[in-house]
Design a protein around this ligand. Structure first.
Ligand code: 13P
Ligand code: SF4
Length: 308
């Protein structure tokens, strides 16, 4: 079948099955094109809560589908590729976190959304890259804070808020490939360009990047909005490169240059159009979270969603 035929069949099945398709900006362009809603982690979590459908087909990695299922337990949540994981989410287990908490009994735990349901169930607050600074700023002063699992996002938040959180040493294998030296090299190479830098990036918390007048550090949705509204015509993209699909759609007259040509998330690419079709046809692969874990994991997610 051609891409058009598959896309048409997906639309037909969606209507028959009362299904909504949510997709992250890192998925393949043809998958983004069939999505009803496209977003970053925060936008997708909010949309999962609002979706008026029987089925959610989640085009993203496993922790994202799990989060959708925690927020919307009455809906059938499907992930088109069961083994689409995330190196960051896999860097810590619920048991690891319990042991770390035991060593810091008065600590508050903030987990990045890129964690399993089990880790969320042992956390006090959740955050995404869109709202991490706000979430941390809302915490009571004087309490130690343990941040899991991304050392880069955690170090970035520490620099911006002045809070000295203890950091778990996880990282994203894609964003870790972008050190400050490379970002600075690209900024020198393109003296008119603004660098769009995700806070998961290795160099995001280096003072030379943080204080650079042409570095803009934000979540994926924040980058797209900044590029659209900025008078600048040229951007260096320091994140997962599929983001360029929406950057170009939103700002067709601007130029987007990859900071590095290899920053693609292989896990997100497991979501192919054919697999989206199979997911709808066979209602596979269902992602659900055991009730007790779901109830506990919902608390930090709910606290995050209440912070505007
Ligand atoms: P955002 O969607 O919050 O920008 O995070 C990027 C990411 O790596 C998701 O896995
Ligand atoms: Fe996980 Fe990194 Fe892929 Fe995002 S880009 S899903 S953090 S491995």
């Amino acid at each position: 079948m051609s891409v058009n035929e598959i896309s048409n069949r997906i639309k037909q099945l969606q209507a028959e099955k009362n299904a909504i398709i949510l997709a992250h900006y890192y998925t393949r362009p043809e998958v983004q094109e069939v999505a009803d809603y496209l977003g970053d982690s925060l936008g997708l979590s909010r949309m999962a809560g609002r979706a008026d459908a029987r089925v959610i087909v989640f085009c993203g990695v496993h922790f994202m589908a799990e989060t959708a299922s925690i927020i919307s337990p009455d809906k059938k949540v499907l992930i088109p590729a069961l083994h689409a994981g995330c190196s960051l989410a896999e860097s810590i287990t619920g048991a690891d976190l319990l042991a770390w908490r035991a060593a810091h009994p008065d600590g508050l735990v903030v987990c990045y959304v890129n964690t399993s349901a089990d880790v969320k169930a042992h956390s006090d607050y959740c955050c995404t890259s869109s709202n991490a600074v706000k979430v941390v700023q809302s915490l009571p002063a004087g309490r130690p804070v343990l941040f899991v699992p991304d050392k880069n996002l955690g170090a970035y938040i520490n620099k911006v808020t002045g809070r000295e959180m203890e950091l778990w040493h996880g990282d994203c294998c894609v964003h870790e490939r972008l050190p400050a030296s490379l970002l600075l090299e690209r900024l020198d190479e393109y003296p008119e360009a603004v660098a769009l830098v995700h806070p998961e990036v290795n160099g995001s918390h280096d003072d030379r990047v943080l204080q650079h007048p042409r570095a803009f550090i934000a979540s994926t949705a924040g980058m797209i909005e900044h590029a659209r509204t900025s008078p600048c015509r040229q951007f260096i993209v320091a994140t997962e490169l599929e983001t360029i699909h929406q950057l170009k759609k939103n700002s067709p007259d601007k130029e987007f240059i990859p900071a590095l040509r290899t920053t693609l998330c292989g896990q997100m690419k497991k979501i192919t159009l054919e697999r989206v079709l199979d997911a709808l046809e066979h209602e596979q692969f269902e992602v659900s979270v055991p009730d007790d874990t779901r109830r506990a994991a919902r608390i930090p997610i709910q606290r995050m969603l209440e912070i505007q």
